[in-house]
Design a protein around this ligand. Sequence first.
Ligand code: FES
Ligand SMILES: [Fe+2]
Length: 366
Amino acid sequence: LNAFVKRTWYRAAWSRDLTDKPLHQKICGEEIAFYRTAAGEAKAIGAICPHRGSNLANGKVVKDGLQCPYHGWRFSADGKCADIPSQPDSIAIQEKACVPHYPVREQQGIVWIWPERAGTPDAEPPTYELLGERSDMGVLLAPEAVLNANFVNVVENGFDESHLCFLHERTIGVKTAIVPRQLISKDNDGLGVTARWDPEVEWGGDLLSYKGEVKPKRKLVDDVIALISYKFLSKGVPDWRLRRWSFRMGGSVAYQEFASNGDPLLLVMGSATPIDSKSTMFAVAFVSPIYRNWLGRALGNYTVNLLNSEDQLGTEGLLSMADELAHPVSVIADRPAVAFRRLYTGALRTENGDGASDAPKLTEVA
Ligand code: FES
Ligand SMILES: [Fe+2]
Protein backbone atom coordinates (compact mmCIF):
# COMPACT_ATOMS: atom_id res chain seq x y z
CA LEU A 1 0.00 0.00 0.00
CA ASN A 2 1.23 3.48 -0.86
CA ALA A 3 2.05 5.88 1.96
CA PHE A 4 -0.68 8.36 1.00
CA VAL A 5 -3.31 5.71 1.64
CA LYS A 6 -2.41 5.89 5.34
CA ARG A 7 -2.73 9.65 5.55
CA THR A 8 -6.46 9.84 6.05
CA TRP A 9 -9.22 8.74 8.42
CA TYR A 10 -10.79 5.30 8.22
CA ARG A 11 -13.59 3.78 10.17
CA ALA A 12 -11.93 1.27 12.52
CA ALA A 13 -14.90 0.00 14.52
CA TRP A 14 -18.35 0.87 15.78
CA SER A 15 -18.01 2.42 19.25
CA ARG A 16 -20.21 -0.31 20.72
CA ASP A 17 -17.64 -2.95 19.66
CA LEU A 18 -14.78 -1.29 21.51
CA THR A 19 -15.59 -2.31 25.07
CA ASP A 20 -13.29 -2.53 28.07
CA LYS A 21 -11.64 -5.42 26.23
CA PRO A 22 -8.94 -4.32 23.75
CA LEU A 23 -9.67 -4.86 20.06
CA HIS A 24 -7.23 -5.99 17.39
CA GLN A 25 -7.56 -4.73 13.81
CA LYS A 26 -5.16 -4.81 10.89
CA ILE A 27 -5.55 -1.55 9.00
CA CYS A 28 -3.45 -0.48 6.01
CA GLY A 29 -1.03 -3.26 6.87
CA GLU A 30 -0.57 -1.97 10.44
CA GLU A 31 -1.33 -4.36 13.31
CA ILE A 32 -3.23 -2.13 15.72
CA ALA A 33 -4.52 -2.61 19.27
CA PHE A 34 -7.47 -0.39 20.21
CA TYR A 35 -8.46 0.07 23.83
CA ARG A 36 -10.26 2.40 26.19
CA THR A 37 -8.66 4.24 29.09
CA ALA A 38 -10.36 4.29 32.49
CA ALA A 39 -12.05 7.52 31.40
CA GLY A 40 -13.40 5.73 28.32
CA GLU A 41 -11.17 7.45 25.79
CA ALA A 42 -10.30 5.38 22.70
CA LYS A 43 -6.59 4.85 22.00
CA ALA A 44 -4.67 2.98 19.33
CA ILE A 45 -1.13 1.63 19.56
CA GLY A 46 0.82 -0.98 17.61
CA ALA A 47 -0.33 -4.47 18.56
CA ILE A 48 3.01 -6.28 18.23
CA CYS A 49 4.93 -6.41 21.49
CA PRO A 50 8.60 -5.55 20.77
CA HIS A 51 9.70 -8.15 23.35
CA ARG A 52 8.59 -11.44 21.80
CA GLY A 53 5.89 -10.33 19.44
CA SER A 54 2.82 -11.16 21.47
CA ASN A 55 -0.47 -9.48 20.53
CA LEU A 56 -1.03 -6.58 22.94
CA ALA A 57 -4.75 -6.63 22.17
CA ASN A 58 -4.89 -9.93 24.07
CA GLY A 59 -3.55 -8.14 27.13
CA LYS A 60 -5.35 -5.83 29.50
CA VAL A 61 -5.72 -2.16 30.19
CA VAL A 62 -3.50 -1.09 33.10
CA LYS A 63 -2.93 2.54 34.11
CA ASP A 64 -4.38 3.86 30.82
CA GLY A 65 -1.91 1.74 28.86
CA LEU A 66 -1.85 -1.84 27.56
CA GLN A 67 -0.14 -4.64 29.43
CA CYS A 68 1.25 -7.45 27.29
CA PRO A 69 -0.33 -10.82 28.11
CA TYR A 70 3.01 -12.69 27.81
CA HIS A 71 5.53 -11.08 30.25
CA GLY A 72 3.55 -8.06 31.37
CA TRP A 73 5.44 -5.23 29.71
CA ARG A 74 3.20 -2.17 29.80
CA PHE A 75 2.89 0.36 26.99
CA SER A 76 1.32 3.79 27.36
CA ALA A 77 -0.90 5.49 24.80
CA ASP A 78 2.16 7.20 23.27
CA GLY A 79 3.58 3.74 22.55
CA LYS A 80 6.45 4.00 25.04
CA CYS A 81 7.16 1.09 27.35
CA ALA A 82 6.34 2.26 30.87
CA ASP A 83 7.04 -0.90 32.82
CA ILE A 84 9.06 -4.12 32.50
CA PRO A 85 8.10 -6.19 35.53
CA SER A 86 11.01 -8.64 35.15
CA GLN A 87 13.72 -6.05 35.72
CA PRO A 88 14.32 -3.62 38.60
CA ASP A 89 13.27 0.02 38.18
CA SER A 90 16.92 1.04 38.52
CA ILE A 91 17.57 -0.29 35.02
CA ALA A 92 16.49 2.14 32.32
CA ILE A 93 14.01 0.85 29.75
CA GLN A 94 15.55 0.72 26.30
CA GLU A 95 14.20 3.33 23.95
CA LYS A 96 13.46 0.83 21.23
CA ALA A 97 11.12 -1.03 23.56
CA CYS A 98 8.19 0.84 22.09
CA VAL A 99 5.29 0.41 19.68
CA PRO A 100 3.80 2.87 17.16
CA HIS A 101 0.88 5.04 18.18
CA TYR A 102 -1.90 6.40 15.98
CA PRO A 103 -4.37 9.28 16.10
CA VAL A 104 -7.90 8.19 16.99
CA ARG A 105 -11.24 10.01 17.01
CA GLU A 106 -14.58 8.86 18.23
CA GLN A 107 -17.79 10.51 17.11
CA GLN A 108 -21.35 9.54 16.17
CA GLY A 109 -20.78 5.95 17.33
CA ILE A 110 -17.75 5.45 15.09
CA VAL A 111 -14.12 4.94 16.06
CA TRP A 112 -11.88 6.49 13.39
CA ILE A 113 -8.20 5.78 12.89
CA TRP A 114 -5.48 7.70 11.07
CA PRO A 115 -3.22 4.71 10.35
CA GLU A 116 -0.03 6.70 9.86
CA ARG A 117 2.45 6.10 12.69
CA ALA A 118 2.62 9.17 14.95
CA GLY A 119 0.68 10.95 12.21
CA THR A 120 -0.58 14.51 12.48
CA PRO A 121 -4.02 14.67 10.86
CA ASP A 122 -4.62 17.72 8.70
CA ALA A 123 -8.39 17.25 8.77
CA GLU A 124 -11.09 15.70 10.92
CA PRO A 125 -13.12 12.57 10.05
CA PRO A 126 -16.41 13.12 8.22
CA THR A 127 -19.61 13.67 10.17
CA TYR A 128 -23.09 12.68 9.00
CA GLU A 129 -26.09 14.89 9.61
CA LEU A 130 -28.45 12.07 10.47
CA LEU A 131 -26.31 9.74 12.51
CA GLY A 132 -27.76 9.38 15.98
CA GLU A 133 -29.20 12.84 16.15
CA ARG A 134 -32.91 12.49 15.48
CA SER A 135 -35.46 10.68 17.58
CA ASP A 136 -37.71 9.98 14.57
CA MET A 137 -34.89 7.99 12.96
CA GLY A 138 -33.49 4.59 13.81
CA VAL A 139 -29.84 3.74 13.34
CA LEU A 140 -28.59 0.37 12.15
CA LEU A 141 -24.87 -0.21 12.44
CA ALA A 142 -24.53 -3.40 10.43
CA PRO A 143 -21.92 -6.10 11.11
CA GLU A 144 -18.62 -5.77 9.30
CA ALA A 145 -17.68 -7.93 6.32
CA VAL A 146 -14.14 -8.80 5.33
CA LEU A 147 -13.79 -8.91 1.56
CA ASN A 148 -10.80 -10.52 -0.13
CA ALA A 149 -10.63 -7.56 -2.47
CA ASN A 150 -8.59 -4.44 -3.02
CA PHE A 151 -9.80 -1.23 -1.38
CA VAL A 152 -10.18 0.53 -4.74
CA ASN A 153 -12.55 -2.15 -6.01
CA VAL A 154 -14.60 -2.09 -2.82
CA VAL A 155 -15.02 1.70 -2.90
CA GLU A 156 -16.04 1.54 -6.54
CA ASN A 157 -18.62 -1.06 -5.70
CA GLY A 158 -20.10 1.29 -3.11
CA PHE A 159 -20.44 3.94 -5.80
CA ASP A 160 -21.75 1.64 -8.48
CA GLU A 161 -25.37 1.80 -9.47
CA SER A 162 -25.24 -0.23 -12.66
CA HIS A 163 -24.44 -3.50 -10.86
CA LEU A 164 -27.65 -3.45 -8.86
CA CYS A 165 -29.93 -5.25 -11.29
CA PHE A 166 -27.35 -7.94 -12.14
CA LEU A 167 -25.25 -8.80 -9.12
CA HIS A 168 -28.22 -8.16 -6.82
CA GLU A 169 -30.88 -9.64 -9.07
CA ARG A 170 -32.15 -11.88 -6.31
CA THR A 171 -32.57 -9.09 -3.80
CA ILE A 172 -32.70 -5.40 -4.54
CA GLY A 173 -32.16 -5.65 -8.29
CA VAL A 174 -35.68 -4.75 -9.29
CA LYS A 175 -34.78 -1.63 -11.15
CA THR A 176 -33.84 -0.47 -14.59
CA ALA A 177 -30.32 -1.12 -15.76
CA ILE A 178 -30.08 2.38 -17.18
CA VAL A 179 -28.30 4.70 -14.82
CA PRO A 180 -29.09 8.38 -15.07
CA ARG A 181 -26.07 10.45 -15.92
CA GLN A 182 -24.56 11.94 -12.77
CA LEU A 183 -23.06 15.31 -12.10
CA ILE A 184 -19.75 15.13 -10.33
CA SER A 185 -18.35 17.81 -8.09
CA LYS A 186 -15.11 17.80 -6.16
CA ASP A 187 -14.93 18.86 -2.52
CA ASN A 188 -13.08 22.13 -1.99
CA ASP A 189 -10.16 20.40 -0.31
CA GLY A 190 -9.81 17.96 -3.20
CA LEU A 191 -10.30 14.99 -0.88
CA GLY A 192 -13.79 14.00 -1.81
CA VAL A 193 -16.26 13.81 -4.65
CA THR A 194 -20.02 14.04 -4.82
CA ALA A 195 -22.11 12.51 -7.58
CA ARG A 196 -25.73 13.38 -8.02
CA TRP A 197 -28.32 12.80 -10.65
CA ASP A 198 -28.97 15.90 -12.68
CA PRO A 199 -32.51 16.07 -14.04
CA GLU A 200 -31.33 18.60 -16.65
CA VAL A 201 -29.09 16.22 -18.53
CA GLU A 202 -30.02 13.54 -21.04
CA TRP A 203 -30.67 10.02 -19.80
CA GLY A 204 -32.53 11.35 -16.81
CA GLY A 205 -35.64 9.73 -18.19
CA ASP A 206 -38.58 8.55 -16.20
CA LEU A 207 -36.95 7.18 -13.11
CA LEU A 208 -39.75 4.86 -12.27
CA SER A 209 -39.88 3.15 -15.62
CA TYR A 210 -38.40 -0.31 -15.89
CA LYS A 211 -36.18 -0.28 -18.91
CA GLY A 212 -34.11 -3.40 -19.36
CA GLU A 213 -35.99 -5.22 -16.65
CA VAL A 214 -34.37 -8.35 -15.30
CA LYS A 215 -36.53 -11.32 -14.45
CA PRO A 216 -34.55 -13.28 -11.93
CA LYS A 217 -35.49 -16.48 -10.20
CA ARG A 218 -36.27 -15.21 -6.76
CA LYS A 219 -36.55 -16.97 -3.47
CA LEU A 220 -39.61 -15.97 -1.48
CA VAL A 221 -37.50 -14.83 1.45
CA ASP A 222 -35.46 -12.58 -0.84
CA ASP A 223 -38.66 -11.14 -2.29
CA VAL A 224 -39.63 -10.13 1.21
CA ILE A 225 -36.20 -8.63 1.76
CA ALA A 226 -36.44 -6.70 -1.50
CA LEU A 227 -39.83 -5.40 -0.46
CA ILE A 228 -38.47 -4.21 2.85
CA SER A 229 -35.33 -2.73 1.35
CA TYR A 230 -37.05 -0.73 -1.31
CA LYS A 231 -40.62 -0.17 -0.22
CA PHE A 232 -40.22 0.47 3.47
CA LEU A 233 -36.82 2.07 3.33
CA SER A 234 -38.05 4.53 0.74
CA LYS A 235 -41.22 5.28 2.69
CA GLY A 236 -41.42 8.99 3.17
CA VAL A 237 -38.63 9.58 0.69
CA PRO A 238 -40.16 11.56 -2.18
CA ASP A 239 -37.83 10.39 -4.93
CA TRP A 240 -35.85 7.30 -4.03
CA ARG A 241 -33.84 7.54 -7.22
CA LEU A 242 -32.58 11.05 -6.65
CA ARG A 243 -29.11 9.93 -5.77
CA ARG A 244 -26.47 11.87 -4.01
CA TRP A 245 -23.36 9.85 -3.44
CA SER A 246 -20.38 11.33 -1.80
CA PHE A 247 -16.98 9.89 -1.23
CA ARG A 248 -14.28 11.08 1.14
CA MET A 249 -10.70 9.97 0.89
CA GLY A 250 -10.65 7.41 3.67
CA GLY A 251 -13.11 5.10 2.06
CA SER A 252 -16.45 6.34 3.28
CA VAL A 253 -19.18 6.39 0.68
CA ALA A 254 -22.38 8.07 1.81
CA TYR A 255 -25.71 8.11 0.10
CA GLN A 256 -28.05 10.69 1.55
CA GLU A 257 -31.60 11.64 0.68
CA PHE A 258 -33.02 15.04 1.40
CA ALA A 259 -36.58 16.30 1.30
CA SER A 260 -37.36 19.17 -1.04
CA ASN A 261 -36.91 21.56 1.89
CA GLY A 262 -33.38 20.23 2.40
CA ASP A 263 -34.29 18.16 5.45
CA PRO A 264 -32.20 14.94 5.60
CA LEU A 265 -34.40 11.83 5.33
CA LEU A 266 -32.21 8.80 4.82
CA LEU A 267 -28.57 7.93 5.15
CA VAL A 268 -26.69 4.90 3.90
CA MET A 269 -23.03 5.16 4.83
CA GLY A 270 -20.69 2.46 3.63
CA SER A 271 -17.12 2.46 4.74
CA ALA A 272 -14.23 0.60 3.22
CA THR A 273 -11.10 0.24 5.33
CA PRO A 274 -8.04 -1.34 3.72
CA ILE A 275 -6.71 -4.26 5.77
CA ASP A 276 -3.86 -4.75 3.32
CA SER A 277 -3.58 -4.55 -0.46
CA LYS A 278 -5.69 -7.67 -0.93
CA SER A 279 -8.38 -7.38 1.71
CA THR A 280 -10.80 -4.75 2.86
CA MET A 281 -13.15 -4.36 5.80
CA PHE A 282 -16.57 -3.10 4.78
CA ALA A 283 -19.28 -1.84 7.11
CA VAL A 284 -22.55 -0.01 6.55
CA ALA A 285 -24.58 2.35 8.71
CA PHE A 286 -28.23 3.01 7.84
CA VAL A 287 -30.39 5.73 9.25
CA SER A 288 -34.09 5.52 8.48
CA PRO A 289 -37.38 5.41 10.43
CA ILE A 290 -37.68 1.64 9.82
CA TYR A 291 -34.72 0.93 12.10
CA ARG A 292 -36.40 2.37 15.16
CA ASN A 293 -37.57 -1.05 16.32
CA TRP A 294 -35.80 -4.36 16.79
CA LEU A 295 -37.70 -6.07 13.97
CA GLY A 296 -36.53 -3.46 11.48
CA ARG A 297 -32.98 -3.81 12.72
CA ALA A 298 -33.09 -7.62 12.59
CA LEU A 299 -34.36 -7.59 9.00
CA GLY A 300 -31.80 -4.90 8.18
CA ASN A 301 -28.97 -7.07 9.46
CA TYR A 302 -30.25 -9.98 7.39
CA THR A 303 -30.41 -7.77 4.30
CA VAL A 304 -26.89 -6.50 4.80
CA ASN A 305 -25.44 -10.00 5.10
CA LEU A 306 -27.29 -11.06 1.98
CA LEU A 307 -26.12 -8.02 0.02
CA ASN A 308 -22.56 -8.43 1.25
CA SER A 309 -22.50 -12.03 0.06
CA GLU A 310 -23.73 -10.86 -3.35
CA ASP A 311 -21.16 -8.07 -3.51
CA GLN A 312 -18.49 -10.59 -2.59
CA LEU A 313 -18.95 -12.12 -6.03
CA GLY A 314 -18.41 -8.73 -7.62
CA THR A 315 -15.45 -7.52 -5.63
CA GLU A 316 -13.71 -10.83 -4.94
CA GLY A 317 -14.39 -12.40 -8.30
CA LEU A 318 -12.31 -9.95 -10.30
CA LEU A 319 -9.71 -11.52 -12.51
CA SER A 320 -7.87 -8.22 -12.58
CA MET A 321 -7.36 -6.18 -9.42
CA ALA A 322 -7.28 -2.40 -9.36
CA ASP A 323 -3.98 -2.49 -7.52
CA GLU A 324 -1.88 -0.94 -10.25
CA LEU A 325 -4.77 1.24 -11.37
CA ALA A 326 -5.00 -0.19 -14.79
CA HIS A 327 -7.20 1.85 -17.07
CA PRO A 328 -10.38 -0.09 -17.53
CA VAL A 329 -13.04 0.76 -20.06
CA SER A 330 -15.67 2.97 -18.47
CA VAL A 331 -19.05 4.26 -19.57
CA ILE A 332 -21.26 7.09 -18.39
CA ALA A 333 -22.73 4.95 -15.62
CA ASP A 334 -19.20 4.69 -14.18
CA ARG A 335 -18.81 8.45 -13.74
CA PRO A 336 -18.65 8.33 -9.92
CA ALA A 337 -16.14 5.48 -10.02
CA VAL A 338 -14.02 7.31 -12.55
CA ALA A 339 -14.09 10.46 -10.40
CA PHE A 340 -12.88 8.38 -7.47
CA ARG A 341 -10.10 6.83 -9.56
CA ARG A 342 -9.00 10.30 -10.65
CA LEU A 343 -8.79 11.37 -7.03
CA TYR A 344 -6.88 8.26 -6.13
CA THR A 345 -4.52 8.40 -9.11
CA GLY A 346 -3.92 12.10 -8.43
CA ALA A 347 -2.78 11.30 -4.89
CA LEU A 348 -0.68 8.44 -6.18
CA ARG A 349 1.07 10.70 -8.69
CA THR A 350 1.68 13.42 -6.15
CA GLU A 351 3.32 10.83 -3.93
CA ASN A 352 5.47 9.56 -6.77
CA GLY A 353 6.41 13.13 -7.69
CA ASP A 354 5.00 12.46 -11.11
CA GLY A 355 3.03 15.49 -12.28
CA ALA A 356 1.90 13.95 -15.55
CA SER A 357 -1.75 13.15 -15.35
CA ASP A 358 -2.85 10.09 -17.21
CA ALA A 359 -5.71 9.44 -14.88
CA PRO A 360 -8.38 7.25 -16.43
CA LYS A 361 -10.51 9.10 -18.94
CA LEU A 362 -14.22 8.70 -19.23
CA THR A 363 -15.20 7.01 -22.45
CA GLU A 364 -18.46 8.61 -23.49
CA VAL A 365 -20.63 6.01 -25.15
CA ALA A 366 -23.50 7.29 -27.26
S1 FES B 1 6.08 -10.70 24.49
FE1 FES B 1 5.24 -8.96 25.36
S2 FES B 1 6.13 -8.86 27.28
FE2 FES B 1 7.11 -10.54 26.37
FE1 LIG C 1 -23.63 -4.14 -4.35
